[in-house]
Design a binder for this molecule. Structure first.
Ligand code: NI
Length: 211
């Protein structure tokens, strides 16, 4: 295959990384603690902190139907991407997997979910094989186009199909690449990017655990 192919989807992914940083900055804004505060500050109303996360219905690597309730009661690390992603997704998953190795058994306190934005190619089997490659504890989720759209909406994840007429791949996916950390109660706690180091991920996740 010609050498142009890997670069085109990389650029598509890079554009979304830039978009992701926009969200990153938005989420850095302090969330108002009371309605009064929000009123006083005027500009700060709804932020990402209050809005990220929510119900979803998807399919796991074994083809089993799952929902957000399936994973309730444990903090989660939630990351949207796709298995054909040449750069951003593998980097994010590699850093997460390395952080889990550093944490050892403590990592079992978290449920890591990798949700595809490319259900057309990412079947349950494809997702299972892909996530296993990074760490068998990472759960790959897919679903119908509608199910993916709903989950992405809940997590404020943007994605779109980008045709690649010159490539044998046919298309790639633009997508935002924030790695969300959600509490056991389903509320947003913090987030990483695919560039956050394994050391920093391990430290942040470890600090969220009791004791
Ligand atoms: Ni990606």
């Amino acid at each position: 295959m010609d050498r142009i192919v890997p670069f085109v989807p990389w650029i598509a992914c890079a554009v979304l990384v830039a978009w992701g940083f926009g969200v990153h900055l938005l989420m850095q804004q302090p969330a108002p603690t009371t309605a009064g505060e929000a009123g006083a500050s005027g500009a700060v109303t709804a932020t990402g902190q209050a809005a990220v996360g929510g119900p979803f219905a998807l399919v796991d690597g074994s083809g089993r139907a799952v929902t957000d309730q399936t994973f309730a009661g444990k903090p989660k690390v939630v990351f949207f991407g796709f298995t054909h992603c040449p750069d951003v997704c593998p980097a994010g998953l590699m850093h997460l997997a390395e952080a889990m190795t550093r944490l050892g058994p403590k990592a079992d306190a978290f449920t890591p979910l990798f949700i595809t934005v490319d259900p057309e190619r990412d079947t349950p089997q494809v997702m299972a094989e892909y996530t296993r490659h990074f760490d068998p504890r990472i759960i790959g989720l897919t679903g119908t186009a509608e199910q993916i759209a709903e989950a992405a909406r809940a997590y404020r994840v943007f994605y779109r199909k980008v045709p690649l007429p010159e490539s044998a791949l046919g298309y790639t996916m633009d997508h935002s690449s924030i790695i969300y950390v959600m509490g056991a109660d389903g509320r947003f706690l913090t987030h990483f990017t695919h560039e956050t180091t394994p050391e920093d991920i391990a430290q942040t996740l470890g600090a969220l655990l009791p004791g």
